[in-house]
Design a protein around this ligand. Structure first.
Ligand SMILES: *Cc1c(COP(=O)(O)O)cnc(C)c1O
Length: 477
C-alpha cells in the first residue's frame, strides 16, 4: 500500500489529550501520575501508527486506543518480581531465585522488616553493635571455624579475599580450575580486577603438587583452589588436594618463614554431609577447614539453602582483616538478608527435623521413591480435571538437577508426571502454564510431553495449582 492510501487512516489516529479524557484512562488519574498515563497513551498511539505504516490495516477507534493504553498502564504497575512455581526439578535454579527460605528464615525477616531492628544495635551494651554478630557465632558453631564474615554473594567474597590478601602479590591457581561461573565472573578477570598477579600452574587435566611448589616465590601470597561445582574434567586427570596444598604451605613456611595462604572457593558450600540424607557427596565447609584451608568461601543460597550471600570462614586474624577492608562496606548485607541468614543457620543447630525444613536441603536429599508417591498423587489430581482422551498422562523415571548454572553436573533420580497433549500442543500447554496461570508455572518439555517434576513443588497447594493450570489449558483445546 502506498503512503497516500494510508493518509486517511493516519488522520483518524486520536490525539493524546483526547484519549486521556476517556473514562477508562481518566479513572486512573486519581491513583497514578499523569505523566505515566500520557506516556502509556503515547506508546499506544506510536504502536498504532507503526502498525498502520506497516500496512497492517488495524481496526481502531478512540475507545480501543484508550483500552490499549489502560492495559499498558496496568502492565507497567503489575509486580515484576513475584512468586512462580518451579516444576522443572532444578532445585537451585539461579533464574528463579535459587533457594526457597525455610519457615524460620521467613519469620525472622518478617520480624525485622516490620519495625526498627538490632541491625547494628547491641542491647546488652546499649550502643552501636556489629552486623556480623547476628550470624558469626552460629557459623562458627556449625563449621568449627574461628571466625566468619558474610557479604553480598560468593563472587563478592572471592573478590574481597583476593583484594585483601593477593593485591600486589602472586596467587597460584591450577589451569584445571581457571573457570567462568556465568554472568562474566571469570577467575582470571577477577584476579586482574583485585590487583593480584595470577600464576597459572599445571595443565587443564593434570596438576601436581610440585607444580605449586615450583611456582612459589617470595611474592606469593596464596594458593587458590576452586571447587569444581559447575563442570567436570574426566579421564586422565590429577588434582592437588587441600591437604597437599596445606603440606606445601607448611613446608615452605618452615624453610623460609614465609606464610602462603591456602584459600578454597568452595562455591556450593554445604554444612551437613548431605550424603547422610541421601544426596550426593559434596565436601562440607568443616571438612575443607579440617583439611587445612586457611580460608573457605561459599554461597549462602546454593546447597546451604539460605538467602543470597557469600560467606568466608577461617582464622580470626584473617577474617578480622577482611572485616576492616573498605570493600567489606561496599558488599555488606542488608537486614533482611541478615535475618534470613540467621534464621537458616539456627536450623542447622536444631537437628534433623529443622535441617529438613530447609527446602533446598529437603529437595536435594529426598529419595526417588518419596517423590514417586507425590508424582502418583499429582497424576490422579490431573486426571480428575481433564476430559479423558485429551492427554496421555504418565509417571516416568526422570532426572532432577541440583542446579542450573550453579551445580549442573549433579543429577538426582526422580519420578515426574509427563503430560502428552492429544488435543492442543506440548508447546502451547507449556506456554499457557507460564503465561495464563495466576502464579506462573514453569515446567519443561521432553519426550514431546510437558514434564512436571514434583521434587521442586513445595507443597500440596502447588500441586493443586499445577493440576488447575492443566485443567484450564485443556478446557481451551
Ligand atoms: C556459584 C559459585 C560462585 C559464585 O557464587 P555467587 O554466590 O553466585 O556469587 C563462585 N565460585 C564457585 C566455585 C561457585 O560455584
Amino acid at each position: 500500500m502506498d503512503k497516500a492510501a494510508l493518509a486517511p487512516l493516519l488522520k483518524r489516529i486520536p490525539q493524546v489529550q483526547e484519549v486521556l479524557k476517556c473514562e477508562c484512562i481518566s479513572s486512573l488519574e486519581e491513583s497514578l501520575p499523569h505523566s505515566l498515563l500520557s506516556d502509556c497513551v503515547r506508546s499506544e498511539i506510536t504502536a498504532l501508527r507503526t502498525s498502520i505504516l506497516a500496512g497492517e490495516n488495524p481496526e481502531f477507534n478512540i475507545e480501543s486506543v484508550a483500552q490499549g493504553a489502560r492495559s499498558r498502564t496496568l502492565a507497567f504497575m503489575a509486580p515484576s518480581l513475584r512468586r512462580i512455581i518451579n516444576a522443572t526439578g532444578v532445585v537451585i535454579h539461579t533464574n528463579m531465585g535459587r533457594s526457597v527460605m525455610c519457615p524460620q528464615a521467613i519469620e525472622a525477616v518478617e520480624d525485622v522488616i516490620k519495625g526498627y531492628s538490632t541491625c547494628e544495635y547491641d542491647t546488652n551494651k546499649m550502643q552501636r553493635g556489629s552486623r556480623h554478630n547476628h550470624y558469626e557465632r552460629l557459623i562458627c558453631a556449625i563449621t568449627g571455624a574461628e571466625a566468619a564474615i558474610a557479604v553480598n554473594n560468593n563472587a563478592a567474597a572471592v573478590v574481597l579475599v583476593l583484594s585483601e590478601f593477593a593485591a600486589g602479590h602472586e596467587a597460584i591457581v591450577s589451569r584445571g580450575e581457571l573457570i567462568e561461573l556465568g554472568g562474566s565472573f571469570r577467575i582470571p578477570d577477577i584476579m586482574d580486577q583485585s590487583g593480584a598477579t595470577m600464576v597459572e600452574v599445571g595443565t587443564t587435566n593434570k596438576t601436581h603438587p610440585h607444580d605449586y611448589e615450583r611456582a612459589i616465590t617470595e611474592n606469593t601470597s596464596m594458593m587458590l583452589k576452586i571447587h569444581k561445582s559447575n563442570y567436570q574434567v574426566i579421564g586422565f586427570t590429577k588434582n592437588v588436594s587441600l591437604t597437599e596444598l596445606r603440606d606445601i604451605s607448611n613446608a615452605h613456611e618452615k624453610e623460609t618463614g614465609h606464610k602462603v595462604l591456602v584459600f578454597e572457593d568452595q562455591g556450593s558450600g554445604s554444612f551437613v554431609d548431605l550424603e547422610r540424607y541421601g544426596a550426593r557427596k559434596e565436601p562440607t565447609v568443616a571438612q575443607s577447614l579440617a583439611e587445612g584451608a586457611d580460608l573457605v568461601s561459599f554461597s549462602g543460597d546454593k546447597m546451604l539453602g539460605g538467602p543470597q550471600c557469600g560467606i568466608v570462614v577461617g582464622r580470626k586474624e584473617l577474617i578480622d582483616r577482611l572485616k576492616k577492608n573498605p570493600l567489606a562496606r561496599v558488599v555488606r548485607l542488608d537486614k533482611m538478608t541478615l535475618a534470613a541468614l540467621e534464621g537458616t543457620l539456627r536450623c542447622y543447630l536444631q537437628g534433623e527435623e529443622a535441617i529438613n525444613s530447609i527446602p533446598t536441603v529437603r529437595m536435594l536429599s529426598e529419595d526417588a521413591g518419596t517423590v514417586r508417591v507425590r508424582a502418583d498423587k499429582l497424576k490422579a489430581m490431573i486426571e480428575e480435571r481433564i476430559e479423558p482422551g485429551k492427554a496421555d498422562i504418565e509417571v516416568i523415571p526422570e532426572i532432577s538437577r541440583a542446579g542450573g548454572g550453579s551445580l549442573p553436573m549433579y543429577d538426582i533420580d526422580t519420578f515426574a508426571v509427563a503430560i502428552k497433549p492429544v488435543a492442543g500442543s506440548t508447546q502451547e500447554c507449556d506456554k499457557f502454564l507460564v503465561q495464563q496461570c495466576p502464579v506462573p508455572i514453569v515446567a519443561r518439555i521432553a519426550h514431546d510431553a510437558v514434564i512436571v517434576d514434583p521434587r521442586t513443588l513445595l507443597d500440596e497447594e502447588e500441586m493443586e495449582a499445577v493440576a488447575e493450570g492443566l485443567k484450564n489449558y485443556f478446557a481451551t483445546v
